[in-house]
Structure formats: C-alpha cells, structure tokens
Design a protein around this ligand. Structure first.
Ligand SMILES: [Cu+2]
Length: 141
C-alpha cells in the first residue's frame, strides 16, 4: 500500500537515477592485453564545459583497466612516469576522480563537472600508461 512517505521515497529514487539532460556523455574505450599495445580512446576530443558523464568500457579479453581523470595546467604539460614503478606519479597531478578496477568486458562511469581547460584520461595500472593508455580531452566554454 502506498502512503505519503512511500511516494516521497520513490520520487527521491527517481531523481537520483535520472541523469541530468544537460550532461554531455563521453564514451571511453579501453583496449589491450598485458605485454602488448594498449589504448584508451575518447569518442570526442573536445567537449562543452559543464556536467560530463564518462562512460568507460573495458574491451580487453583478460586485462583489468581503470580510468583516472586529471586536470592539466596546459595541454602540453609533461606528465612524469616513475620509471621504477612504471606508473604516473598521481601525487603530482590533480585527480578529479576515477573508474577503478574495471574487469575485462565490463563498464563503469564517472560523473563530474568540467571547467574549460585541458584534461588527461589515463590508466595507471603498472605499465599501462607507457603502453599507450592515455588520451587528452579539452573542455571549452
Ligand atoms: Cu589499463
């Protein structure tokens, strides 16, 4: 039986489950297996600043991937790879969030708000950045 309280609860759930219509969707494809070439690609190099939802798909057969979103100071900012760890030094970057531990064949998403500027998407699992898992994204007004 629906009483007033139940109706409020259902309404609140619908609000959470429905994405904002203003949000831009960026599709991110992750591919590649350990020891080989890997890639992280976005379906558009430039997006409008504002609400953005990254929909990430790990298309690998056996390899786990992740997607870390960082804001760059400029499009040509050099990103340091720690040679001993084969990972990017995330402490020197401003992370805006991530989709972590994405199993092969699975999907994940990250919703965020982008201000105009340059962003880097990367997979920072050991060796993956060096194998090619990074892409630039520019947000414009
Ligand atoms: Cu990866």
């Amino acid at each position: 039986m629906l009483n007033y309280k139940n109706i409020l609860a259902v309404g609140a759930l619908l609000c959470v489950a429905t994405p904002s219509f203003a949000a831009t969707i960026v599709k991110v494809m992750e591919e590649g297996e350990g020891g080989g070439t890997m890639s992280l690609t976005v379906d558009q190099p430039t997006v409008k600043a504002g609400d953005v939802i990254f929909q990430v798909h790990n298309d690998a057969m056996t390899e786990e991937h992740e997607m870390v979103l960082v804001k760059l100071k400029s499009a040509d900012q050099k990103v340091a790879v720690l040679q001993s760890k084969h990972r990017v030094d995330e402490h020197q970057l401003k992370s805006l969030g991530e989709v972590s531990e994405l199993k092969p064949g699975s999907d994940g998403s990250l919703k965020t708000k982008l201000t105009p500027g340059s962003y880097l998407l990367l997979c920072n699992i050991k060796g993956h950045y060096e194998a090619g898992m990074h892409a630039l994204l520019t947000a414009v007004k």
